[in-house]
Design a protein around this ligand. Structure first.
Ligand SMILES: C[S@@+](CC[C@H](N)C(=O)[O-])C[C@H]1O[C@@H](n2cnc3c(N)ncnc32)[C@H](O)[C@@H]1O
Length: 437
C-alpha cells in the first residue's frame, strides 16, 4: 500500500513510519502528533487504519495552514501549485527568489508548498527576523504538478473529516491527551534547539520536554518518542533517561552517506522510546518478537539481584566486558550487534567468554531491526546459575586440591612428564598438572 506524502520535509519519518507502526496497539482513538511536520506517521497510520482520529499540531503556522488547504481544499491547493510550477519554467532561480519574498510578506500556503518542493534538502530555515531564507536546490524543479495532485488527494482522502489541526506549543497539545489516545512525539533534531531559528526550534529545552513526558506518564498516556540516534558508534543527541520508564528500541534508518564516502560501512539508527503505559497496552502474547524481547528485558532487569550484578560489573577483560556492558545498558545483545558494533566476527565466542567467567547467559531469538531476520541474542540467565568458582575465565581450585593431586601423581607436569618444584606447577584442566615455566 503506497502511503501518500505530499510535503518533502527534512526530518520526515516517511522512511521508518512502517517500523513505528509496529508498536501501535489495536485500539487507538486519536493519534496526536504535537510535532507534525510532514505528518508521515499520521499518514501511514491512517493508511493502515490504526487510529480513528488525528490531531496534527506544529508551531509553524504557515505549515498548519498548508495542511488545512491540503486536507480540506485539495484541488485548489494542487491547482495553485501547478500555476507556480508552470510559471517558473525557464527562469527557475529568479522565480524561486520572488516566491520566497512573497511568502515572507504573505505567509501563503501555496508559496510554502512550492518553496518546500524546491528548497535545499527540503529543509525549512528561517533567519533571526523569522523570514524563510533557505536557498533553492537548482538541480530540481520540484514535484511534477500531476504527482503533487495525486499525493495531495491521497492525503486528503485519508485525513479529511477526522483530523483536527492546531498551531500551538507541543506542551499545550499533550495536556489534552487521554488514555485511549496515542501521542507520537518527534521534536526537532536536538542540534537545532536553542539556536536563532525561532520558528523551527521554538526554544525546546530538554528539561521541559522531559517534564511533559513525565506528565504523560503520570496520566498513564501511551506515547512514542523519536529522539536521539547513532551512526555506527557515534551518537547524536542526548538519550532519554531511564527514570521515564521507557522501552528503548533502535530502528535502522539507512546507511550513513558520510561514512560511505570515507570508505566505512556504517548504518544509522534512530531511537524510539515506548512509554510504559503503551508497553502494557500492547499486552501479551505479542506477535512481534522485537517488542516481546523488550518486555522480557524489562522484567529481566528488574529481576536481577544487586548481588548478581556485582559479578558482571567486576569483569575487566575487553571482549566479555563489551558484551556485559551492552547487556547491562540495553538488556540484551544480538549477534548482529556483536558483529556490526564491536567487530566480533564470531559472536558465540564472545558470549562464551562471558559464560567462562561463570556468568549465566541465555540465548534467545529476536527480529533484527537492521535486517528484519530472526537472529540470536544473549541476555543474563537465571542468577542462581552463577558460578562462583570461576573468575577471569579460569576455574579456581583450592590449595588443598593441588596438594592432593601432587600426592596422587607426584610433582610432575602431566604433559611433558618432567618433574618440577611444586611452585612451578599449576592446575589447568583436570586432572593434569602442568608447568607454568
Ligand atoms: C523533526 S520535525 C517533525 C517531522 C515529522 N515527524 C515528519 O515526519 O515530517 C519537528 C517539527 O516540530 C516543529 N516544532 C518545533 N518546535 C515546536 C514546538 N515547541 N511545539 C510544536 N512544534 C514544534 C517544527 O516546526 C517541525 O515541523
Amino acid at each position: 500500500m503506497n502511503v501518500p506524502h505530499p510535503i518533502p520535509y527534512q526530518g520526515s519519518k516517511r522512511g521508518i513510519a512502517r517500523h513505528i507502526l509496529k508498536y501501535f496497539p489495536g485500539d487507538v482513538e486519536t493519534l496526536i502528533e504535537p510535532f507534525a511536520g510532514s505528518a508521515a506517521v499520521s499518514l501511514a497510520v491512517a493508511c493502515h487504519r490504526k487510529a480513528r482520529r488525528f490531531v496534527l499540531n506544529d508551531v509553524n503556522e504557515p505549515l498548519i495552514r498548508l495542511w488545512d488547504q491540503m486536507i480540506n481544499h485539495p484541488q485548489k491547493i494542487a491547482a495553485d501549485y501547478k500555476k507556480l510550477w508552470q510559471n517558473q519554467l525557464g527562469k527557475e532561480r529568479e522565480f524561486y527568489d520572488s516566491v520566497r519574498i512573497c511568502f515572507n510578506r504573505t505567509q501563503r500556503a501555496d508559496y510554502l508548498l512550492y518553496l518546500l518542493a524546491r528548497c535545499v534538502k527540503a529543509a525549512v530555515r528561517y533567519n533571526s527576523n523569522g523570514e524563510f531564507n533557505q536557498s533553492p536546490d537548482n538541480r530540481r524543479k520540484g514535484a511534477q504538478p500531476s504527482t503533487m495532485l495525486a499525493q495531495i488527494m491521497g492525503a486528503s482522502n485519508l485525513l479529511k473529516g477526522r483530523t483536527a489541526l492546531a498551531c500551538q506549543d507541543y506542551r499545550e497539545i499533550v495536556r489534552d491527551a487521554s488514555t485511549t489516545d496515542l501521542v507520537y512525539l518527534d521534536p526537532p533534531y536536538q542540534g537545532v534547539c536553542g539556536g536563532r531559528d525561532r520558528r523551527y526550534a521554538q526554544s525546546l529545552s530538554y528539561d521541559s520536554f522531559l517534564a511533559s513526558l513525565e506528565e504523560l506518564n503520570s496520566n498513564k498516556v501511551s506515547f512514542i518518542v523519536s529522539y536521539d540516534g547513532r551512526t555506527g558508534e557515534k551518537k547524536f543527541g542526548k538519550a532519554l533517561p531511564g527514570s521515564l520508564r521507557v522501552t528503548h528500541i533502535e530502528i535502522k534508518a539507512g546507511e550513513s552517506s558520510q561514512a560511505t564516502l570515507l570508505g566505512r560501512a556504517e548504518d544509522t539508527f534512530e531511537s524510539l522510546y515506548l512509554s510504559s503505559a503503551l508497553v502494557e497496552r500492547i499486552g501479551r502474547p505479542l506477535d512481534d518478537l522485537e517488542v516481546q524481547s523488550s518486555l522480557l528485558d524489562i522484567v529481566a532487569k528488574k529481576r536481577l539481584p544487586a548481588d548478581f550484578l556485582k559479578r558482571p560489573r567486576a569483569v575487566t577483560s575487553k571482549r566479555p566486558k563489551t558484551v556485559i556492558d551492552h547487556i547491562l545498558k540495553h538488556g540484551h545483545i544480538t549477534t548482529d550487534e556483536l558483529k556490526q558494533l564491536y567487530g566480533y566476527d564470531h559472536p558465540p565466542r564472545a558470549a562464551r567468554d562471558v559464560r567462562e567467567m561463570g556468568i549465566p547467559l541465555e540465548t534467545f531469538k529476536v527480529v533484527s531491526p537492521t535486517t528484519g531476520r530472526k537472529v540470536a541474542a544473549y541476555r543474563f540467565g537465571d542468577p542462581s546459575n552463577i558460578r562462583h568458582d570461576r573468575s577471569q575465565g579460569r576455574q579456581t581450585f583450592s590449595k588443598q586440591f593441588k596438594l592432593d593431586l601432587i600426592s596422587e601423581y607426584g610433582a610432575r607436569c602431566a604433559i611433558c612428564r618432567g618433574e618440577y618444584e611444586e611452585r612451578y606447577l599449576q592446575i589447568d584442566h583436570i586432572p593434569a598438572l602442568e608447568t607454568n615455566l
